[in-house]
Design a protein around this ligand. Structure first.
Ligand code: TXA
Ligand code: MG
Length: 323
């Protein structure tokens, strides 16, 4: 037959987790939920599978991936933990913290995962579904956020399907992500915060008893994914807006009520959980209403507000032309 059919990814419910794990064990691409955002997973030891992640996202090969494991013992097979890393892992894993650690000489990860660096970013997610999946796969899983490179991250299965469609093999649908912001990234030697994220820097600072050094200059190679234009919706974004403009859809916060509001109570945890879903939704809403821009209310620069503002600044940054 000449009939053409679009194949979406296979959608697995939580009861089908064994079949979802088989996709990863067989060298396929599976999007799966963590408590932060959906990840686009592949077996980190399988170079062909990892190469498909870069192709599906349109991600530059110099931008390394986070490796997900079920527990610290599994990470010790490829990463070196010093006393500081042991302490941070003990306090914050499982959870929304990624540690950048030296690679072991005898690691079996595909070199594509680390983009040739001598360090590896490791994460033990807290989401029960993610942990069940990682336990069943029994191998480290490389997973960037499950969105096309430069676009808004996915916090629901439908975002993944809309963004990546038939470029991937499956999606494990675990509903909306609880935290809603990507993990906080810390390098341990020398200690520095590389990306603000779902674990507030203040919590890490309270545990360590000192202020963290930040190495989060956009575009600098410390965390190569920290390119300045990122998380971009389909139209221009303007920040810290308190007045309604007829040409713009307004994303509200606190007393500034918008077409959609991140948190009417001004709760930063709620705002973080809503951020990417509302960015996806307000873009659609603006399109339907013929608005040319997205305006966003001011968000306080404290706690999770730092990571929210980081993502919003990147969403508002001028874009590199798409090639
Ligand atoms: O919450 C998260 O972290 C999600 C979920 C799926 O785990 N993942 C995620 O991945 O946000 P991605 O690829 O969107 O961001 C990973 C970041 C990038 O900025 C990358 O450059 C950085 O981690 N990274 C990875 N390996 C690194 C390394 N060895 N040194 C410094 N930065 C690294
Ligand atoms: Mg990302």
């Amino acid at each position: 037959s000449t009939e053409t059919r679009r194949h979406g990814p296979r959608v697995f419910g939580p009861q089908e987790i064994a079949a979802a794990a088989d996709v990863l064990r067989g060298g396929g691409l599976l999007a799966f939920p963590t408590e932060t955002v959906y990840g686009l997973g592949a077996d980190a030891t399988d170079g062909r599978a990892v190469a498909r992640i870069f192709a599906a996202k349109g991600r530059p090969a110099f931008n390394p991936l986070i490796v997900h494991v079920v527990d610290k013992a599994a990470a010790e097979a490829f990463a070196v933990f010093d006393a500081a890393a042991d302490d941070l892992a003990m306090r914050f894993w499982p959870g929304p913290l990624t540690l950048v650690l030296p690679l072991r000489d005898d690691h079996e990860l595909s070199p594509l995962v680390t983009a040739g660096l001598e360090t590896v970013a490791v994460r033990v997610p807290a989401s029960p579904l993610a942990r069940d999946l990682l336990g069943r796969v029994g191998r480290p899983v490389a997973a960037p956020s499950a969105n096309p490179s430069g676009r808004v991250s996915a916090t629901r299965a439908i975002h993944v399907i809309e963004g990546l469609g038939d470029r991937i093999d499956g999606v494990l649908d675990g509903g909306a992500c609880r935290v809603g912001l990507e993990s906080t990234i810390l390098r341990t030697a020398p200690l520095a915060l590389l990306r603000e994220g779902g674990l507030a820097a203040e919590e890490i600072e309270a545990a360590l008893g000192h202020v963290l050094t930040r190495d989060v200059t956009p575009g600098k190679v410390q965390a190569p994914g920290q390119l300045s234009s990122h998380y971009a919706p389909g139209r221009p974004v303007r920040l810290s807006v308190t007045d309604r403009d007829p040409d713009a859809a307004l994303l509200g916060f606190g007393l500034v009520a918008g077409d959609l509001t991140l948190s009417a109570q001004g709760d930063l945890v709620e705002a973080a959980a809503n951020l990417f879903d509302h960015l996806h939704a307000i873009d659609r809403l603006a399109g339907a209403a013929g608005k040319t821009r997205i305006d966003v209310a001011p968000i306080p620069e404290k706690g999770l507000g730092r990571a929210i503002n980081d993502r919003l600044r990147r969403a508002a940054a001028p874009r590199a032309p798409k090639g």
